[in-house]
Every structure is written in structure tokens, then in C-alpha cells.
Write a protein that binds this ligand. Structure first.
Ligand SMILES: Nc1ncnc2c1ncn2[C@@H]1O[C@H](COP(=O)(O)OP(=O)(O)OP(=O)(O)O)[C@@H](O)[C@H]1O
Ligand SMILES: [Mg+2]
Length: 272
């Protein structure tokens, strides 16, 4: 059974895609078979992994719309060994609209992912709390909420946690036991002392459910995205590479604590 992780925040530009790509690459480099599901019609994870929208016939749009395509038929290998991609296309926006009128519309992705055999599946969500995000929440065992270190970054957090609770049908206590989600602080710039103090004060009730790893603002992460590479392959010595390596380790530690760390598979390349 794969560990399915939804990477969500209804706010735009908080680091969802950057986290999907670089945590995914980090897990693959640790020897885990990892699938990135690009569930954002903007297709930024797809582009970020070096896959152009005109280079494939079918995508998550066809997996979500009717007649449904088997997801295994749209998955592509990426340039990283052990890292795979279910690409997105702008057509996914239309497909999501059509889904609104369907019964059990939150379960479509779960049904699609069920037959897959990976260690981890990371789902990059669009910046909204629509049906695509609801689908990824419904099917995931873990949620990562990237929050940018800026004045309004935590404003929608309470709404987001309520949505998580509604979709997962959890009572508040379980949600706050921290078993289900973690907030990830991104684009941290230590020169912005006043902003940082303000955000950290707002974050106080959520400290237990915040990753200890903080992603610093780092130009190499931007540049890696433009170069369509994971940061480890663009600038392995950058703070971005260091932070996402630490995040990968912390995430694996959390999985281990919850007894859901997949066993590593023998990998021929690593044995040579
Ligand atoms: N730690 C960082 N340091 C510097 N730039 C970053 C960092 N994280 C992300 N960025 C840049 O910020 C922009 C937004 O990041 P990203 O695309 O990951 O956010 P997002 O939440 O996926 O956005 P959207 O809501 O539009 O999908 C991108 O240009 C990305 O390269
Ligand atoms: Mg994105």
C-alpha cells in the first residue's frame, strides 16, 4: 500500500509545487518508488519535471473525466530513477467542472490510485478548495500544508483545517494529534525579522503540527524550476537542496513513527 500525501493550500504560490517535486525527488533518491500526481490544471509539476504539455496524449484530465482512462496508462517515467509522473494538462480544469455533478465525486482519485504499486504518491493540488483538492484529501493518509512566510500566509489556515476535518470526517482532537497533517514553512528569509516574529506568534497554536524543517528562501529553487530539474540535480550544494533533504528525512522519520514506512526495494542500480 502506498503512502499517499496531499500537498495543499488554497492560497497561491506557497511552495506546493516546489515541495512536491523536491520531496518527491528526495524520496526517490532515498530508494523509494515515488509517483508525483499533478492535480493542478496549471501543470507546474509536469513542467518542473521537464515534461512539456504537447509531449503526451493523455493526462490526469482523462483519468478524472468520463470515460475514465486508467491512470497507469498516463504515467510517465521521469529523468530520475524511481520517480514517476502522472502529468496534468489545462484540460483538467474542464474535467473537474464536469465532476461536480457526479455522485461520490470525492472518491474518483481514490479509485484511480487504488491499483497502483508505489511506496509514496505525492499529489500537487491547485490553489483552491475545489473538487480536485477534496479528492486528494479524501484519498490521502497525510497532508502537507506549505505556508509562505508572509503577512497573510496563515489567514486561511483555520478554513483549510476545517475542510480537512470535513473531508476526513475527523473530530478536532484527532486532527490536532498531528497524525494527519504538518504545516511546512517556506520561503523563510531571516532578514525579515518583524514578519517572521509576527508569523511565528500566529503559528504558536500549531507548533506541534509544524515540520521542524523550515525551507529558506533560496534562488536555486527558483532556478531549478526554470531549468526543469529537482534542486538536487541543479545545485546540490544550495540551501534549497539542504532544506529539502532535511524535509525528506523528517518526513521519513514521521512515517517510521507511524509504522507506515515502506520497505525499501532492492534496486539493481544501487547494487552495482
Ligand atoms: N524556498 C523558496 N525560495 C525561493 N523561491 C521559491 C521557494 N519556494 C518556491 N519558490 C518559488 O515561488 C514560486 C511559487 O512556488 P510554487 O510554484 O512552488 O508554489 P505553489 O503553491 O505551487 O503555487 P500555485 O498555488 O500557483 O500552484 C515559484 O516561482 C517557485 O520557484
Ligand atoms: Mg503549484
Amino acid at each position: 500500500m502506498p503512502v499517499i500525501v496531499a500537498i495543499i493550500n488554497q492560497k497561491g504560490g506557497t511552495g506546493k509545487t516546489t515541495t512536491t517535486i523536491n520531496l518527491g525527488a528526495g524520496l526517490a533518491y532515498q530508494g523509494f518508488q515515488t509517483l508525483l500526481v499533478d492535480l493542478d490544471p496549471q501543470g507546474h509539476t509536469t513542467l518542473g519535471m521537464g515534461v512539456e504539455p504537447d509531449s503526451f496524449e493523455e493526462s490526469m484530465a482523462e483519468v478524472i473525466s468520463i470515460p475514465r482512462k486508467n491512470i497507469a496508462d498516463v504515467i510517465l517515467a521521469t529523468y530520475i530513477n524511481g520517480l514517476f509522473l502522472a502529468p496534468s494538462h489545462i484540460k483538467l480544469a474542464r474535467a473537474a467542472e464536469q465532476v461536480y455533478s457526479r455522485l461520490f465525486r470525492e472518491t474518483i482519485l481514490q479509485q484511480a490510485l487504488r491499483p497502483l504499486d508505489y511506496d509514496f504518491i505525492l499529489i500537487d493540488c491547485p490553489p483552491s478548495l475545489g473538487v480536485l483538492t477534496a479528492n486528494s484529501l479524501y484519498t490521502s493518509q497525510f497532508v502537507i500544508i506549505p505556508c509562505q512566510m508572509s503577512r497573510y500566509s496563515l489567514d486561511g489556515l483555520a478554513d483549510l483545517l476545517t475542510t480537512i476535518e470535513e473531508v476526513k470526517n475527523l473530530d478536532g482532537e484527532e486532527l490536532f494529534s498531528g497524525n494527519f497533517f504538518r504545516i511546512l514553512l517556506t520561503m523563510f528569509d531571516k532578514r525579515n525579522r518583524v514578519t517572521n516574529e509576527f508569523i511565528l506568534e500566529q503559528l504558536r497554536p500549531y507548533l506541534e503540527v509544524t515540520f521542524a524543517t523550515i525551507i529558506m528562501r533560496c534562488e536555486a529553487l527558483n532556478q531549478a524550476h526554470i531549468a526543469q530539474r529537482a534542486v538536487f540535480d541543479y545545485d546540490a550544494k544550495s540551501t534549497g537542496a539542504r532544506d529539502y533533504y532535511h524535509l525528506t528525512q523528517e518526513f521519513l522519520y514521521l512515517c517510521q513513527k507511524r509504522n507506515c514506512l515502506p520497505e525499501k526495494r532492492p534496486n539493481l542500480l544501487s547494487m552495482l
